[in-house]
Design a protein. Structure first.
Length: 473
């Protein structure tokens, strides 16, 4: 849900206002699931998929019929979201997106045209990264954007997509054609810097160039034990979400209560850590520093919940309240810094002071700070109300197939049977544990961190337990 809602045109205005203003609903001491939901039945899910699929036809992508004008903004907004959901492998889709992306080189666009192009950049990145060979024309247009666009954010998005392209097949010729060399990456990086000498003043370009540099020389990850034993603020909950850089792999969340103790499955302090899996993958595959991109690493403020925002139509976020998160510079936070009211608007040094000494200069954990500076917000932990087959392309990692991607939020497992009856909800668990650990109006902090791994599996509890034990005085 980060930054905006994927199905926002359907949402009642009053609900949008409530969510955007940060008004919270209190979670009951035990969150009770609705027994069944008509929209979650097998028949309703099939109908929902069919509605999306019916939109993917050549005439809808015809730019002669639907040029990128103010009048056609709604058409392209809906169609591009449909493209993101269905991820069709059709030549006419790639051609239409490439032609829209050609508008990035224009010096003047209306606000409505700009919004259409922005969404095409997001979906174009998704298509290109899904298959750089098939969507090679999009990659070529990204190079034109890099060379000629006056918009620094679009240049940064193009640079990010080009440098992260990977082959979709094991064919050696295909691999050579789409995998950028270090020399190419350096040429692209230098081109962006030469075109915009003041690149450090633009958050999107600055952070993208830093990420490009880190591709060849990643920083060593500090000791996990130091992070797990650290407390940002006393008497508040603290959640850790441990991920891999490959966000197709499910992350693992663990929780500290207000006494600084890790929550366990039972009251026995020797019992296993309580944990839930979460997916932090953007449907678009965009980098963390762009709207609708991956969930950034770093610190988030937790401040209770907001209501489930879609009760008139299909429940895109599941049926439970959403845990409300804030990043620095995002309006609405009651108290981001401990003991200081209001929005965090401080320096990077003030943000670093919230971390243990060994982690303060580790740049990846500063991502939420820079994401906030770039204007991102509305991060939430929420359920996955859409059907398991709603988003195409999920079979890349079968182990995470049950979770749906988001546009920046943290996705908790929520599944239903054919009659719309809830089968499993980790969101329900999360809410109950947060209330138990932090009270009805729970508040605290969440830290997202990626750890290196040689396996496509979530970090195991034994590794976390070992780090926790080694951190004991």
């Amino acid at each position: 849900m980060s930054d905006r809602f994927p199905n926002f045109p359907k949402l009642p205005k009053i609900i949008l206002l409530l969510v955007a203003s940060g008004l919270c609903s209190l979670v009951a001491s035990r969150v009770v699931a609705q027994t069944s939901i008509p929209e979650a039945t097998a028949a309703a899910r099939v109908e929902q998929q069919q509605k999306q699929a019916r939109q993917v036809r050549p005439d809808n992508y015809d730019l002669g019929r639907y040029p990128v004008t103010d009048k056609n903004e709604k058409h392209w907004r809906f169609l591009l979201w449909t493209t993101a959901v269905t991820q069709p492998k059709e030549t006419y889709v790639g051609e239409a997106v490439t032609r829209i992306l050609a508008l990035t080189t224009r010096s003047s666009l209306s606000p409505a045209q700009g919004r259409t192009v922005q969404m095409a950049m997001q979906v174009g990145t998704q298509l290109y990264l899904s298959d750089p060979s098939f969507y090679g024309a999009i990659g070529q247009q990204f190079q034109q954007t890099l060379d000629r666009s006056p918009d620094q954010e679009w240049v940064a998005m193009a640079l990010s997509a080009l440098t992260r392209a990977a082959p979709s097949t094991t064919d050696s010729a295909s691999k050579a054609a789409v995998t950028p060399t270090l020399a190419q990456i350096q040429t692209w990086r230098d081109r962006a810097k030469s075109r915009f000498p003041n690149w450090q003043k633009n958050t999107h370009l600055r952070t993208t160039l830093q990420d490009v540099t880190n591709l060849s020389s990643p920083a060593a990850v500090p000791p996990l034990a130091d992070l797990l034993k650290w407390t940002i603020a006393p008497n508040q909950v603290q959640m850790y979400v441990i991920c891999q850089s490959d966000r197709w792999v499910v992350c693992r969340a663990v929780l500290k209560n207000r006494r600084g103790e890790f929550v366990r499955q039972t009251a026995d302090p020797a019992s296993e850590l309580w944990s839930v899996p979460l997916l932090l993958r953007s449907v678009h595959g965009l980098s963390w520093n762009f709207t609708r991109g991956q969930t950034p690493q770093g610190i988030y403020r937790i401040e209770s919940t907001v209501p489930q925002p879609d009760r008139e139509f299909f429940r895109a976020f599941g049926q439970f309240p959403l845990v409300q998160l804030f990043v620095p510079f995002e309006a609405g936070a009651r108290e981001f810094l401990p003991g200081k009211k209001g929005t965090f608007r401080g320096s990077i040094a003030a943000y670093q002071a919230l971390l243990p000494a060994s982690w303060r200069n580790y740049q990846p954990l500063q991502q939420s700070y820079w994401a906030g500076r770039a204007g991102r917000g509305l991060f939430r932990i929420h359920g996955t109300g859409e059907g398991l087959d709603f988003f195409a392309g999920k079979d890349r990692n079968p182990d995470s197939y049950l979770w749906n991607p988001t546009i920046g939020c943290l996705s908790a497992l929520e599944t239903y049977d054919e009659s719309g009856q809830l089968k499993q909800s980790d969101m329900q668990q999360i809410l109950n544990r947060l209330v138990s650990a932090g009270g009805q109006k729970f508040s605290g902090y969440l830290i997202v961190v990626d750890l290196p791994s040689s396996t496509a599996a979530p970090i195991d509890l034994a590794t976390l337990e070992s780090a926790i034990q080694s951190a004991r005085p």
